[in-house]
Design a binder for this molecule. Structure first.
Ligand SMILES: *Cc1c(COP(=O)(O)O)cnc(C)c1O
Length: 567
């Protein structure tokens, strides 16, 4: 018998034994039992997930969701169909080419630096080139004509920040032993923010690179807390549709399901009943804004806090925008208009477990600066990252970044110390007053527009059923203004900053003019036509101007992002 034969015989023997064995196993009660168990578990997971959807969205909503996801797939295939694909491709190409031309100036007088200069430049050459670059055509933020975007605190603050950077330009918070000063500054800034939001003694936080990172940290910490304390493996967050897109980003990055709760059509605050329906055993966090970006409305945080306590889930309050205004709101309205009741939104509400506050918005710190704070330091631990057995040594980092720019923290600390409590009170008051002026002017003098909800902070948003608001935005651009375009519903907003406090009378005058112009130019349009047009132009406004974008928004936005990196 050849050895090959014996191998063959051996193998077949093993196979036949295995066959016998598996037959025997299949017949045993234990196997049947465990098979049923696995089947039962899978069926249970599927059913409970379907049940959660049904509870969350209702029967109508679930059918709607199903229809939408089928329609989405269908359109994706449709866009790829021969004939259609080429047509869409060439349309997209045209818009992107236009966009590229306006974003990336080329031609005579513009030198492109696509590789390292062979010999390093002199300081003079560099400053000369940077001065030229600063003259590139841009929106007129210096005159207070841009909504939000630039939150500086005045020329003297900018000068102070520049000097603070200079002193600490090499500093890195990753090495507190080398740079103890910036460690101390960071701890102190966190402490100041905890105080502003009435945190208890146990309160704790970190600085981050901006509001988005603060939100990422809040969502990550909630996910890890849910995993470690409640064994949640399919985490979900419940947040209003008006919450910042940073929550969508967190969901995308960390594998969390974001369930959007609708808002009340009158108050524009999150619908608490909807939030309650969306909470389930997988919910690791609920969230609200103080105020939100689109409409500048503070959600009913007190109501959310009650839900948080009742269902024992953490509650995040996004005060990224509210930052250094909302803590002063009670005092401001005591002075300005005592009839306005400022709701509670901070750690005084027992359900609030974390708050994000952007020092780089109304704190006037240099860009790249925000604070995330928690009710207690145990919670903060869940955002930390440890690699204690790394070949490079014991590694630990509190936030997304490894190395962190100590210069920014120095700039932030210097700003907070320089402006102080009285300074922030003063700036909060003047910004709130200018938003009130704009709101009142729209409500009293522009019957074509309607203010959304009752904004009491710094943002005023408005819509219209009588005009296409995006036409109003275009008319305002011609007057040098840059308002933010919103969608669902179509609306515009202005976020008042320190810069706009001196330009709000001018804004009111120009807005009135713009509304009158649009009304005159489009006088024949029906309400239905206006609605249709607002729907079409909503998506890409501000990225590519008013283009019709049905179904191809993603392609255009991908192109926009690619353009950012063309030299
Ligand atoms: C600005 C803002 C943020 C964070 O934005 P960043 O650009 O990352 O600083 C978060 N929430 C709201 C409501 C905001 O307005």
């Amino acid at each position: 018998m050849s050895s090959l034969d014996s191998v063959f015989r051996g193998t077949s023997l093993v196979i036949s034994h295995a066959q016998l064995l598996s037959d025997a196993v299949a017949k045993t009660a234990a196997f049947r039992h465990s098979r049923n168990l696995v089947f039962g578990y899978v069926a249970y997971r599927l059913a409970s997930s379907a049940w959660r959807e049904l509870v969350a969205r209702g029967l109508g909503g679930s059918i709607c969701d199903m229809y939408n996801s089928v329609a989405k797939v269908f359109f994706r295939y449709l866009l790829r169909a021969p004939g259609i694909r080429d047509k869409v491709g060439s349309e997209v190409g045209k818009v992107l080419a236009d966009m590229e031309q306006s974003m990336i100036p080329r031609g005579p007088g513009i030198t492109r630096h696509l590789e390292l200069p062979e010999h390093g430049w002199s300081d003079e050459q560099i400053f000369e080139e940077m001065r030229t670059l600063s003259l590139m055509k841009h929106s007129a933020w210096e005159e207070g004509k841009v909504s939000g975007a630039v939150y500086h605190g005045g020329e003297d603050i900018i000068k102070l920040q520049t000097e603070a950077y200079g002193m600490y330009s090499t500093a890195n918070q990753l090495h507190p032993d080398v740079f103890p000063a910036v460690r101390k500054m960071e701890a102190e800034v966190v402490s100041m923010v905890l105080k502003l939001f009435n945190a208890p003694e146990t309160g704790a936080g970190t600085s981050t690179s901006g509001g988005t990172e603060s939100l990422l940290m809040a969502c990550l910490a909630a996910k890890m807390k849910g995993y470690h304390e409640r064994h949640i493996t399919q985490p979900e967050i419940v947040a209003p549709v008006t919450v910042h897109a940073g929550f969508d980003k967190a969901a995308y990055y960390f594998g969390i399901k974001l369930r959007h709760a609708p808002i009340d059509p009158v108050t524009y605050k999150v619908d608490l009943k909807a939030v309650r329906r969306l909470i389930n055993s997988n919910t690791v966090l609920i969230a609200g804004s103080a105020p939100n970006f689109p409409h500048g409305i503070i959600d009913d945080i007190e109501g959310l806090s009650k839900l948080a306590v009742k269902y024992n889930v953490p509650l995040h309050v996004d005060a990224c925008l509210g930052s250094f205004i909302v803590p002063y709101l009670e005092r401001v309205y005591n002075e300005v208009d005592a009839s306005v009741k400022v709701p509670l939104f901070d750690f005084r509400l027992p359900g609030v477990t974390s708050i994000s506050c952007d020092t780089h918005k109304y704190g006037f710190a240099p860009k790249g600066s925000s604070i995330i704070v928690y009710r207690d330091s145990n919670y903060r631990r869940y955002q930390y990252f440890l690699a204690t057995d790394w070949a490079g040594g014991v590694y630990a980092s509190p936030t997304l970044a490894g190395s962190r720019p100590g210069a920014l923290m120095a700039g932030c600390w210097a700003t907070l110390m320089r402006i102080g409590d009285d300074g922030y009170m003063k700036s909060a008051r003047s910004i709130v007053e200018s938003a009130r002026t704009i709101r009142k002017a729209i409500e009293n003098e522009m019957p074509q527009l309607r203010v959304l909800g009752e904004p009491i902070v710094s943002v005023v948003s408005f819509t219209s059923t009588k005009l296409n608001v995006y036409d109003v935005a275009d008319a305002m651009v011609k007057k040098g203004w840059h308002l933010s375009a919103l969608q669902n519903p179509a609306a515009l907003h202005i976020a008042c900053t320190k810069l706009t406090t001196t330009s709000c009378a001018e804004l009111v005058r120009d807005l009135k003019e713009a509304v009158a112009q649009v009304e005159l130019e489009h006088s024949g349009e029906s309400e239905q036509e206006i609605k249709q047009k607002q729907g079409d132009t909503a998506m890409l406004y501000g990225v590519a101007g008013s283009v019709s974008t049905n179904g191809i928004v993603d392609e255009l936005v991908y192109g926009f992002l690619d353009n950012l990196f063309k030299a």
